[in-house]
Design a protein around this ligand. Structure first.
Ligand code: N01
Length: 529
């Protein structure tokens, strides 16, 4: 049977772009299929006001090419979405990637043909492409969650989802705006929308923790220093659990004196960013320790927000860091503005969206525009949107009906030659995504080369190896407080989704070691034929 490509890669975000580059380098023919009109993935779609990366720009970048690393100049501590998208486009141009990317095309179905050991990939444009390997580079947070609130279609004004923002931007000047959600996307965009809108009403189901970003232009001397030491910095990052240097303090919060706790928290609050959770090593292991950090942030909210009732409603009650911590610029202070209203809906769901607003607790609110900052069907949503069938016609949907099952977060038993970059069961969203993406891409590229070198055409995870990995992922999750709340990590934001802690929480170094050991043992846990 004649195949069209050695590999089809789905998605042209940072994962798909680097995958294409590696495949080409190994002499494999490849086609990337991308739904958008351009590269960039997350940074192509999430164009809401204030969108930024909460990992510092010098760390949130590719490391596979030292020249690229040296030539690119980031302008701020935390890069904006437009700057990251510019970087993605620069990479696409520099490595001449576009000629193998088919844009504005969505993969709708992928079917494994057992007799010929090939995948038939079909698209919404009617393409039928035969490929030996399929690599899903779909992103972990790329399938927007539009909540099933009655009446949503009846709203007469424009509705915007933060994860699918209009390319031309939105000007809220003179408009009244309702925002549903208070996750990272809302926390980044609310301060900016509030500056534009005549009035902004925020509907908050769960109060959230956020730490100031203290964003600033990058000091050229600091950039020079980073560039001079990039190799060592990257190498060291791989030895840290999240793949980022968050300056982990190995002391325990409960065992430290009150004064020392305050000093640590204040220092990290003043420094800004995700490193707040690294103030002590047991914040996600011990309820009491966690409470000391949560109390500190609650205290800050009380200091910043002038109306005590609003401050109380904004104060989160759950475990800090259980849901992903947010990083903001002026979020709490925004609620001091006369044109911003907080509506606490923790005890009652939104009854319905009306043509001119929404109704909750029997009360009607009106606005011109509705913003859904309601997140994503994380980690599995984008893969399950594609109708994927493996051996014996079993669909991925069937296989994952009780939650995702993978071997190393990379492969699935029963789905030969199919790979997922940063799939469920890998550290992915608990780490700096760029190095995690590169590690997966390199692993897959080396794997394909090894299969070819053996004169084989098929590689497939064994069921026992997969079961053992799924067990290990679950066990690791059970050891932390992170799996204890209703977050998207456990699929709790999507009604009916099986409740399983999806990412691997054992840390990047242990994970990398395991992936390398599998290779060293001749692809242990895989059958190659
Ligand atoms: O989505 P979210 P997000 N009625 O799921 C609420 C990454 N990210 O887009 O918490 C009322 O966090 C929901 O309420 P609840 C980052 O990893 C990164 O903000 O489920 N409310 C919640 O408040 C992040 O964690 C950056 O009770 C409803 C909100 O909507 C992830 O993306 C920037 C509702 C959704 O929050 C997702 O963030 C932005 C309903 N029916 C995002 N349904 C960086 O800086 C949902 N909600 C890199």
């Amino acid at each position: 049977m004649k195949i069209d490509f050695d590999a089809v890669v789905i998605g042209a975000g940072f994962a798909g772009m680097y995958m294409l580059h590696r495949l080409r380098g190994l002499g494999f023919s490849a086609r990337v299929i991308e739904a958008g009109t351009g590269v960039g993935g997350t940074w192509y779609w999430n164009r809401y006001p204030g969108a930024r990366c909460d990992v510092e720009s010098v760390q949130y970048s590719y490391q596979f090419d030292p020249a690229l690393e040296q030539e690119w100049e980031w302008s701020e501590r935390y890069a904006t979405q437009p700057e990251i998208l510019k970087y993605a486009n620069h990479v696409a141009d520099r490595f001449d990637l576009r000629r193998d990317i088919q844009f504005e095309t969505r993969v709708t179905r992928a079917t494994f043909d057992e007799s010929d050991k090939v995948w038939l990939v079909e698209t919404d444009r009617g393409d039928r492409v035969l490929a030996r390997f399929v690599i899903a580079a779909l992103g972990c947070l790329s399938s927007p969650n539009t909540p099933r609130i009655p009446g949503l279609a009846d709203f007469e004004g424009p509705t915007y989802h933060t994860g699918h923002w209009p390319h031309e931007g939105v000007d809220f000047t003179g408009k009244t705006v309702g925002v549903i959600g208070t996750g990272s996307s809302a926390i980044q965009s609310i301060p900016i929308m509030a500056q534009q809108a005549e009035h902004l009403t925020v509907f908050q189901r769960t109060a959230n923790y956020t730490i100031p970003a203290h964003n600033r232009p990058l000091d050229p001397a600091y950039v020079r220093e980073v560039k001079a030491n990039y190799r060592e910095m990257r190498k060291r990052a791989k030895t840290l659990p999240a793949g980022i240097d968050l300056r982990i303090n190995m002391a325990s919060a409960v065992e430290s004196a009150e004064e020392e706790r305050r000093r640590q928290y204040q220092e990290r609050w003043d420094y800004g960013g995700l490193g707040f959770m690294a103030s002590f090593s047991d914040l996600l292991l011990n309820d009491e320790s966690n409470k000391t950090a949560a109390d500190f942030v609650r205290g800050k909210i009380g200091e910043i927000v002038k109306d005590p009732k609003v401050a109380a409603a904004l104060a989160p009650t759950n475990i800090i860091g259980c849901k992903r911590l947010c990083v903001d610029t002026g979020y709490w202070a925004t609620f001091n503005r006369p044109n911003v209203t907080l509506v606490d809906i923790r005890n009652e769901a939104i009854e319905r969206i009306t043509p001119i607003g929404l109704r909750v607790k029997g009360k009607d609110y009106t606005f011109d525009c509705l913003v859904l900052a309601t997140g994503f069907d994380a980690m599995t949503g984008a893969l399950l949107k594609i109708d994927i069938s493996g051996r014996n016609g079993v669909s991925l949907k069937q296989k994952w009906s009780e939650g995702p099952k993978t071997y190393l977060g990379l492969t699935m038993a029963g789905f030969p030659n199919l790979f997922a970059i940063t799939g469920p069961g890998s550290p992915s969203v608990l780490t700096n995504m760029l190095p995690s993406i590169e590690q997966h891409v390199d692993w897959i590229a080396d794997c394909l080369a090894a299969v070819r070198a053996r004169g084989a055409t098929v590689i497939e995870a064994e069921t026992e190896a997969e079961e053992a990995w799924v067990g290990h992922v679950g066990e690791a999750a059970g050891n932390t407080l992170r799996s204890t709340c209703s977050s998207w990590y456990v699929g709790a934001n999507i009604p009916g989704k099986p409740r399983v802690f999806m990412p691997y929480i054992g840390g990047l170094p242990a994970y990398i070691e395991r992936c390398e050991a599998v290779v060293a043992k001749g692809y242990e846990g895989f059958s190659v034929g």
